[in-house]
Design a protein around this ligand. Structure first.
Ligand SMILES: *Cc1c(COP(=O)(O)O)cnc(C)c1O
Length: 337
């Protein structure tokens, strides 16, 4: 099987497994796991943040951030297709008692003016706006990437209104590699950052939350309450350290492969339109004569898995285990549909 459903389907490489096996571990609730501490300080340093917290998932890091930044009844500004709103099970209501103000956005990317317009006036009728959250790259936006100047403009609005700015950076390294922006420059724009190790970086498990020492101290308390305090998770942290050292630059290969898929799709009459490929995600619409189920069934009959993002649209995601042969086979199979 060739799996284009997501960059979460990867398995550790032999070298990553070896790093995991050799990890020095301890009880992290006691603060004894040196590998976790090393991962947290490495990631914090990369993004110019004071501290980090290693967690089980990106949903957990996002949800902890929302909890620490808000009080019940508050409002969080985000894009309508954002992961925190659409794919976290209503977690912001469940965990934090807050609601989302969702904005229509350009492939998931907000702009400073719409953020400004969405901030509620100081009036007891309105929920208090207490957080703005951006997603970069944007999943539903087809791996779309923010420019640094757009982020800076949003940051400025947030500062003027004393609002913290959170980054759902599940695929932030894809954004950094494609835009050439440094982790430090990106880190400077946000009060908190969630980073997934188990997406493009190819780790089996894990995400990091980054912020100030004070913020991370509070985050650690919330993680414990959620049942996320863990023990010898240094075996997983070792994969994270390995990935931060060896799997970032190679993301450019995933992006090139996604571009090859885009190029093939552009030649096919049954493809209505494709979201311009910027990173490792390809989302396209199928013209009315056919639908996503038919295309997926055809692909599956050639041992290829992909995912449906709507009745008329399909997503391919390239990742560390996608080979050039996989791309050739996919392109040929698409051509034969
Ligand atoms: C995958 C993802 C997350 C986190 O997902 P988990 O499966 O909980 O690790 C958060 N945001 C975005 C945009 C994602 O794609």
């Amino acid at each position: 099987m060739i799996d284009f459903r997501s960059d979460t389907v990867t398995k550790p490489t032999p070298a990553m497994l070896q790093a995991m096996q050799q990890a020095e571990v301890g009880d992290d609730v006691f603060g004894d796991d040196l590998t976790i501490l090393a991962l947290e300080s490495k990631a914090a340093k990369m993004f110019g943040k004071e501290a980090a917290l290693f967690c089980a998932s990106g949903t957990m890091t996002n949800q902890i951030a929302i909890k620490v930044h808000t009080q019940p009844s508050n409002e969080v500004i985000c894009a309508e297709d954002s992961h925190i709103y659409k794919y976290e099970g209503g977690g912001m209501a469940f965990n934090s008692g807050v609601q989302a103000k969702v904005l229509k956005a350009d492939r998931g990317r907000l702009n400073a003016n719409q953020v400004l317009q969405a901030i509620n006036a100081d009036d007891i009728h309105f929920p208090k706006t207490s957080l703005v959250s951006l997603e970069n790259t944007h999943n539903r936006g087809g791996g779309s990437v923010y420019t640094l100047s757009d982020i800076k403009a949003i940051k400025q609005v947030c500062e003027q209104h004393h609002l913290p700015l959170h980054l759902d950076g599940a695929r932030i390294f894809n954004a950094l590699v494609t835009s050439g922006i440094s982790a430090a420059d990106m880190g400077q724009q946000f009060d908190s950052i969630s980073v997934c190790l188990s997406k493009g970086l190819g780790c089996p498990v894990g995400s990091l939350l980054l912020g100030t020492s004070v913020f991370i101290k509070q985050a650690k308390r919330v993680r414990k309450i959620l049942g996320g305090g863990w023990r010898q998770a240094g075996y997983l942290a070792a994969a994270g350290i390995y990935a931060l050292e060896h799997h970032i630059e190679r993301l450019a290969d995933d992006h090139l492969k996604a571009k090859e898929i885009e190029k093939q799709l552009q030649t096919l009459a049954w493809v209505e339109n494709i979201l311009p490929v910027e990173t490792n995600i390809v989302i396209f619409n199928i013209a009315a004569k056919h639908n996503a189920d038919e295309v997926l069934a055809h692909l599956l009959s050639h041992q290829i898995k992909a995912s449906k993002t709507s009745p008329q649209s399909i997503r391919f995601v390239t990742h560390i285990q996608t080979t050039e042969e996989d791309i050739q086979l996919l392109c040929k199979t698409l051509e034969n549909f």
